[in-house]
Design a protein around this ligand. Structure first.
Ligand code: PHE
Length: 360
């Protein structure tokens, strides 16, 4: 830093100019190289206590002839310092901008929260896909329906005790009281079998439908929810046999549960199939031999059977030419058996606890 020139000392023009030019060189160099902030640098080089101001104040002691020349130099020096400060400011701004865009590519990433389909939606997609490959097409039928479709159309005479098995929710609706109301009730469908006669009523044969829908029953405990899903297969064609049914069931079991799984059919009773069966799938652990998990080697999947002729007739199908088979299982139950999750409470599926749902 140069010697500070005080007011008292008279100063020669040349010396003052030299001092000013040296100051300019020092200031511009220091501003360019310094890591200090622009504000601090401005204070140092142009502030109240700066050498520049001291030199400027010595203008008072120069002769009027010299004043003009020195004034011009003084202005030039000030401009140079100011422009050095402006460049510095610009550089600082640019650096700030590029730091804002900068990121460390080696830093471990933060995973954004990402959702996925609910397990039941996943199961429905998978089931649909497997049956599509066999030529079954997914269809939709009402989930709120006249009680005729889930019961009478399926060979259960009105008020027949068989319908008690389906603990049905009835809907009261305005406009149909009295006798009329008794005949035509509206229900939340207790099974997807209501879709059988509805599909036949379309009048297109053969039928290869897979009807997946919500079902409702008055039941709630660790293995039941009042709302659940079923998938219902219906095949109506010429010369359909139990062999075809077994083939379709095995195809599904192998593709859904794994190539080493198989099914067996046991005699059962439904009003709308004759003969009727319960379908079991071989246990994934012991393959039918019997183990701690399954006890007997087989796990129960759902119902099936050869479509009762009365049901075909109710749907307007000529039973001298056509016959068929049907099956209906619960989506949740089937999916839980696949994932081997040993879920001790099926209600968790609809509990909306993200910690549970995340696992699937
Ligand atoms: N609908 C029957 C039930 O809910 C299952 C079933 C469907 C049985 C089709 C036979 C044929 O239990």
């Amino acid at each position: 830093m140069k010697k500070i020139v005080t007011k008292e000392e008279p100063i020669a023009k040349d010396q003052l100019i030299r001092l000013l030019l040296t100051l300019q060189e020092d200031a511009v160099g220091a501003i360019t190289e310094s890591t200090e902030s622009v504000d601090t640098l401005r204070l140092t080089w142009l502030g109240k206590n700066s050498e520049f101001l001291k030199l400027a104040s010595s203008m008072r002691s120069v002769t009027p002839e010299d004043k003009q020349q020195i004034g011009a130099v003084l202005n030039g020096v000030k401009k140079s310092i100011e422009s050095a400060l402006a460049s510095k400011q610009q550089l600082t701004n640019q650096q700030a901008e590029s730091t804002a865009d900068w990121f460390d590519t080696t830093e471990p990433g933060e995973q954004p929260p990402q959702g996925h389909l609910h397990i039941v939606t996943q199961a429905i997609a998978e089931i649909t896909d497997i049956f599509n490959r066999l030529g079954f097409t997914r269809v939709r039928h009402p989930e709120i329906d006249w009680d005729w479709y889930p019961f009478e159309a399926l060979n259960m005479p009105h008020s027949h005790p068989a319908s008690d098995e389906w603990e049905t929710f009835y809907i009261r609706y305005p406009g149909s009281p009295g006798k009329e109301y008794k005949k035509q009730k509206i229900v939340l469908t207790p099974h997807t079998s209501n879709g059988q006669v509805r599909e036949m009523e379309k009048g297109v044969l053969p039928i290869r439908m897979i009807n997946i829908a919500k079902c409702y029953r008055r039941q709630i405990d660790i293995s039941h929810t009042p709302m659940f899903h079923q998938f219902e297969g219906l095949y109506v064609d010429k010369n359909v046999s139990i062999g075809h049914l077994k083939g379709v069931l095995d195809y599904f079991a192998k593709h859904f549960f794994g190539p080493d799984r198989t099914t067996r059919i046991r005699p059962y009773h439904f009003q709308f199939t004759e003969p009727s069966f319960e379908i079991d799938i071989s246990c994934g652990i012991c393959h039918g031999k019997g183990c701690k998990l399954c006890k007997e080697g087989w796990l129960e999947l759902g119902g099936a059977g050869m479509t009762h002729p009365q049901v075909l007739k109710n749907g307007g199908v000529d039973t001298t030419v056509y016959n068929g088979f049907a099956f209906g299982w619960g989506v949740e139950r089937t999916y839980m058996m696949k994932s081997n999750s040993n879920l001790d409470d099926i209600r968790l599926i609809y509990g909306n606890d993200i910690r549970f749902l995340k696992q699937f």
